[in-house]
Design a binder for this molecule. Sequence first.
Ligand code: NA7
Length: 542
Amino acid sequence: MISNQKDKQFGSTPVLDTVVIGAGFAGLYQLYKLRQLGLQTIVFEAGGDVGGTWYWNRYPGARCDVESMGYSYSFSEELEQEWVWTERYASQSEILKYARHVADRFDLKKDIRFNTRVLKATFEDNHHRWLVTTSKNETFRARFVIMALGCLSTPHSPSIPGLETFEGNCYHTGFWPHKKVDFTGQKVGVIGTGSSATQAIPLIAEQAKHLTIFQRTANFSIPAWNKPLTKEIQQQWKDNYRKLRVEAQQSSSGVINMDSDQNAADLTSSQQQKELERRWKYGGLIMWNAFADIMKNRDSNDVVSAFVHKKIREVVKDPATADLLCPRNYPLGSKRLCVDTNYYETFNKPNVTLADIKSHPIKEITATGIETSESFFKLDSIVLATGFDAMTGPMLKIDVRGSDGTLLTERWAEGPQTYLGISMAKFPNLFMITGPGSPSVLSNVLLAIEQHVDWITNCLQYMTENKFSLIEPTHEAEKNWVHHVNEVAEDTLYVHSDSWYMGANIPGKPRVFMPYVGGADKYRDICKHVSQNKYYGFSLSN
Ligand code: NA7
């Protein structure tokens, strides 16, 4: 709803209280909360519908790697009770259906402008307003801008020579067509072996005449053991939701039953194997927390890596292929752990080939296929499962200018600088939901979103009640937070791999560990401490 009241100084530009950018799970919940505060808000969304990540990532097999009963909003008990998840891990289409249900149930769509990308946001020092320009060539003024952009929403296509000359079909997993893609009878090549690829490969292999997987770095993948959710399991969750949500909030990952309080060295070798076997049988990301010190102690991590190598060799029949699929040279979990259904099994199929592009790199893509230093692979379709410009990419895609004309691109030239991953010095009244410097992708993102939205909403309420019109963190608070984020990361094994967490997947991107690895539970307490102490580290003014 646009304010009818046009302040003279603002001419014909519509004036809002708040602009929210993005209508994924973050933007939807933020809109819901801003309405409760009575703030006039418009949400701009580049896609044609709500859902964010789950709107764009429609590739075969796209599925959440957090269990569906926990990967859901907790803010409405009615919503919790009425919604029915059908599988242990929800598919993309079911999660999108859920996002649409939420938008309809809370009548959110009337304040969302779809197919509209925000191109520019400039803070006007004289007006204390943000001037927001969209792809539809419209401008809006708002007191607050809230970035609900998602952490993995800027797909990355590698610059492989000749890619644009390929005459077959080329798809990116993060930007998948809306109409069904049929690979029947085709020779298909998948570039990449991250989470998206490990989910897509088994299903593409079922259709394609031949599938070649171009692997640069092997990834650790754990079976999901996905299955239909029984009524009994759903009811157990629904009867105990309040308690389970609190447990999730008090865990380091935002997921119940993941954390371990035992270091690998506390156990004998057979106890370690028993615990790993238990986690393997349970399936999914639980392997990431197999031991309390798994991300701090390389010996502990090596025990888990060796266990997964053994599992890969048990499944994959050809020893040379199994060997290639065993990740080496980086700690398990320092690149996002994959969760799959039949990934390793797929390499036993006669129509599937693994091409090692670490040893024999891709030289070029021609009109008819991919040429490596060793062979030529004739292809009808190429699937780029090559990931995203994570965390900072979505922010930097917008031309953001703070007070005194400060350019975000310049402020973040050496890596993201934020206070709590929520805000930045020189960018007054601008908030980020799950921004760099917050646990975000290292935790259950839905819980992380709710925590940030609640925090931001409480902050806006505090400002209203105390008649503050401007908020921004001090340089010192920001500097200390960035230092702390780096300090806790340096103390872990996360920094020992070329991961997208480190920005290493994007040529030229600064190598900085972007998410906060200190634990979602501890982070929650820090944020609470800040708000309870009159927004410690922020400068508030009117
Ligand atoms: P990821 O995890 O970033 O995986 C991308 C994959 O693409 C990875 O295997 C990369 O190999 C590979 N890649 C990237 N660029 C190239 C080039 N130029 N040549 C060959 N191979 C390349 O992205 P996903 O979409 O799978 O997953 C992203 C997140 O979404 C995931 O972590 C979940 O949280 C959900 P590399 O490892 O760089 O050698």
